[in-house]
Design a protein. Structure first.
Length: 107
């Protein structure tokens, strides 16, 4: 069973190390450093079925600090700023009218 990541809004997503690597690289790590961080985090996740995004971040920060302390600080800062941003309201869509409802309206 693939590892699932529980997002802040409750959705579950398959764990993808490519997302972890991309996030670490955005913080300023090299691709080699990001791969090392991903490897260490994946080793900690062996045997688990689910992990939250906060738990993942908690594993990433110390692993990243070992290889690139500046990128680790940037990663922490980004997560803190993201937590302060107001949540976007989901777009609401009008319910599709069924053929019966359309016919009834015409009568």
């Amino acid at each position: 069973m693939p590892l699932k990541v529980k997002k802040k809004d409750g959705r579950l997503e398959d764990f993808m190390d490519s997302k972890l690597i991309a996030g670490v690289q955005k913080a300023g790590a090299t691709s080699e450093q990001a791969a090392l961080v991903a490897k260490e985090v994946k080793e900690k996740l062996i045997g688990r079925e689910q992990v939250t995004t906060d738990e993942l971040a908690g594993m990433v920060v110390p692993a990243l600090a070992k290889v690139n302390p500046v990128a680790s600080a940037a990663f922490v800062k980004y997560r803190a700023e993201k937590a302060l941003k107001p949540k976007k309201k989901p777009k609401t869509t009008k319910a599709k009218k069924t053929k019966k409802a359309k016919k009834a309206k015409k009568k």
